[in-house]
Design a protein around this ligand. Structure first.
Ligand code: ATP
Length: 487
């Protein structure tokens, strides 16, 4: 199979076989062509040349509905759900059950949900579910649609360990029933525990086929990047004690956040983690002035009381926020990569030296693109045409090069390949060495352990533990996050 996007040869002759009852991992660095390949398999795009056979029959879907009619369904990287539909309506939306009464749909959905081991009500609104639950419902939908080949593109990028466990359980059930799954992820622990087999896509060509369960993450990374990638990170030494940000008795999110207290020191990375609906995202909304119900006993920056009523206010106080929601990344799809990276207007407090001078600014942009391995042949090209992981790098790079003293980064490395992640860890450490303070909201415990000086764990809208790096392990963090809940 071959495919060009404009002048870029995204797929240069891919040969691939998927057998019944297997999870096939699809690995490769950002921009390698993985999403392009799945888009063609799922009928979202068409190949320039090549043929596909499905169960021995020629297969060439011209749209996703045709693919679904042939038994091929996808959950895409940026899947969206209709928040106004119920769970049952979502599950049956393209099946004959959609014509049945609400009660019948709810009953049948309850059976499917129970077979999948999910405790979600069929009448819940999709908009009330968290992202991981929405993804699980999407899988149930594919089961209801009798999909035989399921394509999953980076669906679990922001899931916590428990959500990944649940998602993998469901995926294994799909294959044990004879379906096949093609699974894209950048989390090598995920691929090692889930995939029976994996292929590595390298610059539009399949370069390796591996059995990931038999290999270490380091060995897989070596095959992917043809060099060693250091997987084990340690946070920088941190000595500064002066609080830069002080939060006292924060209540918000319509009463959900309760008496939250913490400080963030100069040069510190404070992790913030928790299971679903723990309150970690709500803290970010309160801090950047989006949550109108937020009330602070005290909110101090460098010891001074401040009031923040909007993200612009936050920036004026030197607080930058990288959301984990694609729509809130602040990227305009049609803008050029260079302009997006250069124009930190509204982000930089002081549009000083480097950024005023176009030539040195462009040089800086080129350097960022090189360091982060952003795959593009044209820095004047549109941001929206970069691969998903490369767009995330651009969004993050803008904040890294801003003048903000405090960065709130929500799942900053989601969708980014392991090699570029290591570069990003270095950049974040350099920032903290310069005195920048980082509140790192995340679900990947090993990443938090590798970067954070302290990690705060939330549960039910409260901070239930703040663990020093030297005392914390992935297990102690998970125990605090779970508490006495029965999951
Ligand atoms: N619509 C488009 N127009 C132009 N170029 C595109 C378009 N879509 C993708 N590309 C380019 O094709 C290449 C492959 O992109 P693709 O999204 O398939 O990569 P990927 O392996 O899925 O990356 P990631 O891991 O970041 O999701 C990239 O260089 C990307 O910039």
């Amino acid at each position: 199979m071959t495919k060009k996007h404009e002048h870029l040869r995204a797929l240069k002759g891919v040969d691939l076989t998927v057998v019944r009852g297997e999870v096939l991992g699809l690995l490769g660095e950002n921009g390698a062509g993985k999403s392009t390949l799945l888009s063609i398999l799922g009928g979202w795009d068409t190949a320039d040349s090549g043929t596909m056979m499905l169960a021995g029959e020629p297969y060439a879907p011209s749209n996703p509905d045709e693919a679904l009619a042939c038994g091929v369904g996808s959950i895409r990287q940026k899947f969206s759900v209709d928040p106004t539909l119920t769970v049952a309506q979502t599950i049956f939306r393209s099946t004959f059950h959609a014509q049945k009464s609400e009660q019948e749909q709810n009953e049948r959905a309850a059976e499917l949900l129970s077979e999948a081991g999910l405790k979600i009500s069929p009448s819940s609104l999709m908009g009330d579910l968290v992202r991981a639950e929405q993804a699980l419902i999407e899988v149930v939908r594919l089961v209801a649609e009798e999909t035989q080949l399921v394509l999953m593109d980076e669906v679990a990028a922001t899931f916590n360990d428990y959500e990944i466990f649940q998602f993998h359980e469901m995926t294994r059930r799909l294959v044990s029933e004879g379906r096949s799954v093609i699974y894209i992820t950048h989390r090598l622990d995920e691929i090692r525990s889930l995939a029976d087999r994996a292929v590595i896509l390298e610059d539009g060509i399949i370069s390796h086929e591996i059995v990931p369960g038999h290999m270490s993450a380091e060995d897989i990374a070596f095959k992917m990047f043809r060099r060693e990638v250091s997987m084990h990170q340690q946070p920088s030494d941190f000595v500064e004690e002066t609080p830069r940000l002080t939060i006292e008795n924060l209540n918000g999110a319509q009463g959900f956040l309760k008496n939250v207290n913490f400080t963030l020191a100069r040069g510190e990375v404070l992790g913030l983690t928790g299971l679903r609906r723990s309150g970690i995202n709500e803290i970010a909304s309160a801090l950047v002035g989006v949550d109108e119900t937020a009330e602070f006993g005290a909110l101090r920056i460098n010891g001074e009381d401040v009031t923040i009523s909007s993200p612009e206010d936050a920036v004026s106080y030197g607080i930058g926020y990288l959301s984990d929601n694609d729509d809130e990344l602040g990227l305009a799809n049609e803008r050029s990569i260079a302009k997006t990276l250069m124009d930190s207007a509204g982000i930089t407090k002081d549009e000083g030296a480097g950024f005023l001078h176009e030539v040195s600014a462009l040089r800086e942009v080129a350097e960022q693109i090189r360091k982060l391995h952003i795959k593009t042949t044209n820095i004047q090209g549109e941001v929206g045409k970069l691969s998903g992981g490369d767009q995330q790098k651009v969004a993050l790079a803008r904040w890294i090069s801003s003048d903000c003293d405090i960065l709130i980064l929500n799942h900053p490395t989601r969708g980014i390949d392991v090699s570029a992640k290591v570069e990003i860890y270095k950049m974040l450490k350099d920032l903290t060495a310069e005195g920048v303070s980082i509140l790192l909201i995340g679900s990947d415990m090993s990443e938090l352990m590798g970067l954070c000086n302290r990690i705060a764990v939330m549960k039910d809208g409260e901070i239930v533990a703040i663990q020093e790096h030297r005392d914390a392990t992935e297990d102690t963090l998970m125990e605090a996050a779970i508490g006495d809940s029965i999951i």
